[in-house]
Design a protein around this ligand. Structure first.
Ligand code: AMP
Length: 153
């Protein structure tokens, strides 16, 4: 089963996705986690994504679809994937549809996390204290929320 989690930053996709993944015994695939790890390790992907991510902008669709293609090729993804944080643009949605179709699959469900801006801001202020993510600082966060509204919503 392939399930897509959509919603603004800080809505709880990661938390709920982990529960779903455990219950359904499927891998959770979070592009944000994968990219943060690449940045930390300084891989070529990380070097390309670092500045864009820290400013709160979206990484290019080509990069994201390349990562999705690699994820879907893994044996553990053969029964389905919980997609967390991807897709975020229309070309990504079309690309992921195509990549699934190549494997005879279609997205089985899309879960939308409908959370108010007020709630998001208060949750992210708490996360900033705990996780210390560079892109949860107020300027980057404003850019991320605006990217969500303009490109994802
Ligand atoms: P997240 O942890 O999902 O909030 O992602 C953190 C950052 O990684 C985002 O602000 C983007 O810079 C980048 N990112 C993660 N997923 C995507 C995606 N599907 N498309 C573009 N950029 C992404």
């Amino acid at each position: 089963m392939d399930i897509l989690l959509m919603g603004p930053p800080g809505a709880g996709k990661g938390t709920q996705g982990a529960l779903l993944a455990e219950n359904l015994q499927l891998p959770k695939f979070a592009t944000g986690d994968l990219l943060r790890d690449a940045v930390k390790r300084g891989t070529p992907l990380g070097q390309r994504a670092k500045a864009v991510m820290e400013a709160g902008h979206l990484v290019s669709d080509d990069i994201i679809l390349g990562i999705v293609r690699e994820e879907l090729a893994k044996p553990e993804a053969s029964q389905g994937v919980i997609f967390d944080g991807v897709v975020r643009t229309i070309p990504q949605a079309e690309g992921v549809d195509r990549l699934l179709l190549e494997r005879g699959r279609r997205m089985d469900a899309v879960l939308f996390f409908d959370v108010t801006d007020e709630e998001i801001l208060s949750r992210l202020a708490k996360r900033r204290d705990v996780e210390k993510r560079a892109d949860d600082d107020p300027a980057a966060l404003a850019t991320r929320l605006s990217a969500y509204r303009k490109q994802t919503a």
